[in-house]
Design a protein around this ligand. Sequence first.
Ligand code: SAH
Ligand code: SF4
Length: 337
Amino acid sequence: MDRTALTALLSEWGEPAYRARQAVQAQRAGADGWSEVGTLPAALRTRLEQALPFWALTPDARADSVDGTVKWRLRAADGVAVEAVLIAHAEGRRTVCVSSQAGCALGCRFCATGAMGAGRDLTPAEILDQAVLAAREADAQGARLTNVVYMGMGEPMQNLDAVLDSAAAINAPDGLGLSARRIAVSTVGWVPGIARLAEHPLPLRLAVSLHAADDETRSALMPINTRYPIASLLGACRRYCDTTGRRVFIEYVLLDGVNDSVADAKRLARLLRDGRFHVNVIEYNATEGPYRASPQSRREVFLHALAAAGMEASVRRSRGADVEAACGQLATRGRLG
Ligand code: SAH
Ligand code: SF4
C-alpha cells in the first residue's frame, strides 16, 4: 500500500490522520481490499477504492517448501514481476527476503537475477507490500516475522531512496514495528551507497557480498569489482563501522574450486580480522550458470582454516531449495513459471 499517497489523500479530503493507521492495521490483520477495512466509514472506503490500490503488488503464484519456506511471485500494476521469500527458522522465527528491483544491472556471474539484466526500481510501497504479506503469512503459521533482509532481486544501493523509505515503514511502530537492527541491507559493494547508509539515522544492518578474497577472482565473479576493488570496498566498510559503531556482515558464497581453498580462507581472514566484520559463509544454490556449490567437506575445511586464522564465521544453510527459493535465485523461472 502506498502510505505516502494514502496520507496525502486523507489530508486532502479532510480526514483525520489516524485513518491511515486503521487501514494499515487492517491490512496487517488480513484485509485484502478497502471494502474489508471495517474501521473506516463506508463512504471513505468507496472513495479510497476508486483512488488508490490497496496492494501495490499482488501475488500471482506461490510455492511452499517442505521446510515451511514460502516463495511468492508478485505482480505490479504495470505487469512487472518480482519475488519475495519467507524463510522459516526454528522457534517460530521468520525472515523475509525482499526484492528492491525487478532485475539487476550488475551482472554477477553466479546470480540468476544478474542473468536477467536491468529491471525497473521498485517503489517503497512495492517493497513494503512484500514485508506485509510475509508478516501475515508468518502470523498464519503461528510464527512471527522477526527479520527483513534486502537480499531478493536487485541491488538495494541502486534504489536506496525507496529502500530507506520502505525500511522506515517496516520499522515504524504503526508499520510492522520491527527493530532497525533486524533489517539488513545487502549490497554487491556499491561504495557510495555504503557511505550514505552510514549517515542514515536508522541503525540498519549492512551486509556486503564479498565472495572472494583477491581482486582477480572477485572481478571474474562480480564486474562491479573493477570499479570498486576490494581495498576500496573494505575501506568504505571500515568507515561505516567507525561512524556507526556497528559491525559489517560479510557474505561469502562458497563456489566449488573458485573461492573455497585454504589459501582463500587465510586471505579472507587476513582481510577481515580486525573486529569490524562478521563472516557469513553461504551455501551456493546452483543456477543455470557454470558454478557449483562447494562440497560439505571443503566447506568444513574452509571454516576451520578461517577459525585457525582468527576469523570466526557462521554458516547460512540453504532453505527452500525444493522451491528454488534461495536468495539470489529469484528470477522468474522455476516452479512458479
Ligand atoms: N544485490 C545485493 C542483494 C541481492 S543478492 C547483493 O548482491 O548483495 C543477495 C545475496 O545472494 C548476495 O550475497 C548474492 O551474492 C547472493 N547470491 C546470489 N545468487 C546466489 C545463489 N545462487 N546462491 C546463493 N547466494 C546467491
Ligand atoms: Fe545483482 Fe546482487 Fe545478483 Fe549481483 S548478486 S547480479 S548485485 S542481485
